[in-house]
Design a protein around this ligand. Structure first.
Ligand SMILES: Nc1ncnc2c1ncn2[C@@H]1O[C@H](COP(=O)(O)OP(=O)(O)OP(=O)(O)O)[C@@H](O)[C@H]1O
Ligand SMILES: [Mg+2]
Length: 323
């Protein structure tokens, strides 16, 4: 299908290639789980998804005014949230935007993936959320000039519990970001794989949610719950929050399964799904161990190309600065 044609496997020769899967087994997606109101593709049912969907999402996304705060969320683990936060952030920074990645996951993968050693930190996002430390006190530079990270340490694991009795516990991150509003064109919040208070803080602070979906079995499992939570946050805490986009990740063009999942997701979510699809590529999984975004680690790799495309789609291209 045209929408995934840009991720065929004709990319970097240096990347090892697995054997093609001979026949894709029958696809199993819990589509019922994804029936939350929020993402029910508004005016279109599965049979009348507009052919112009992907272009529509690009135009709609790109038209959003700066500064933008995007929560990258999916309570399913290992779907590409952190990889997307780091690499979309890097590609936006390369375009010329000032980008802050907020690591809201105690695993600290975005922190290490951006080359920051959590052991050397005096202040982290934990201090910002639990002790009202100013956000700017914890911000660290990265290997890219316009890209910064608010790092996480394992202390943050305690915050899920320590936050429970706290006053305005859902709004800690929002308050912290309000103090630096305007400093950043894009703030990308890497949420943990849960729907707990940290993710709620991420959603309450954001203007939009970006949901990565892995092109694998059970891709939509749990999505309904995520979307219901987004609705709850929108109605109770943050009316500005919008469902931004779905990004298909780890797409393997050699398998029928990936194509089936991608097509299923597009059928259900129509123009919420980004045209750019992130391929499964070894370079993307290697880059974090070097503390680098993929565009620094291997600038011409397929992962770099994909995240550059996604950055253009999300932002509309390089910033138009006046004055
Ligand atoms: N497109 C890709 N191609 C190959 N490997 C990928 C790709 N995207 C992510 N990975 C790898 O898959 C694993 C999970 O990705 P990632 O950490 O981004 O997911 P996550 O949703 O943030 O996980 P968690 O829920 O644990 O926070 C990582 O090892 C990452 O390097
Ligand atoms: Mg992660």
């Amino acid at each position: 299908m045209a929408s995934v044609a840009n991720v065929d496997d004709g990319g970097a020769a240096s990347e090892p290639r697995a054997e093609p899967v001979a026949a894709a087994p029958e696809i199993t997606i819990d589509t019922a789980a994804a029936s939350g109101d929020a993402f029910a593709a508004p005016e279109s049912g599965p049979d009348d998804v507009p052919a112009t969907g992907p272009a529509a999402v690009a135009a709609e996304l790109a038209a959003r005014p700066l500064p933008r705060i995007i929560a990258i969320a999916n309570q399913k683990g290992g779907v590409g949230k952190t990889t997307t936060a780091v690499n979309l952030g890097a590609a936006l920074a390369e375009l010329g935007y000032r980008v802050l990645v907020v690591d809201l996951d105690p695993q600290g993968n975005a922190t290490t993936g951006l080359g920051v050693n959590a052991r050397n930190l005096e202040v982290s996002i934990y201090d910002v959320i639990m002790h009202d430390a100013p956000l700017e006190d914890c911000i660290e530079p990265t290997s890219l000039r316009n890209l910064f990270v608010a790092p996480a340490t394992i202390d943050l694991a305690g915050a899920e519990i320590e936050l429970v009795p706290a006053f305005s516990r859902e709004l800690k991150l929002r308050r912290a970001l309000e103090h630096v509003a305007g400093e950043w064109d894009f703030t990308l919040i890497d949420c943990p794989p849960s729907l707990g208070l940290l993710t709620v803080n991420g959603l309450a602070a954001a203007g939009e949610v970006l949901v990565p979906i892995q092109c694998e079995y059970y891709a939509l499992e749990g999505l309904g719950q995520l979307l219901r939570n987004v609705n709850l946050v929108t109605s109770n805490l943050n009316p500005r929050l919008e469902l931004g986009a779905i990004v298909l990740t780890m797409y393997d063009a050699r398998t029928k399964l990936a194509e089936q999942v991608a097509s299923e997701v597009r059928t259900h979510f129509g123009d919420k799904v980004c045209r750019s699809v992130v391929p499964r590529t070894v370079r993307l999984s290697e880059a974090p161990s070097f503390g680098q975004p993929v565009i620094v680690f291997d600038s011409s790799s397929r992962g770099s190309v994909a995240y550059r495309e996604l950055a253009k789609e999300v932002s509309g291209g390089a910033p138009q600065r006046t004055g």
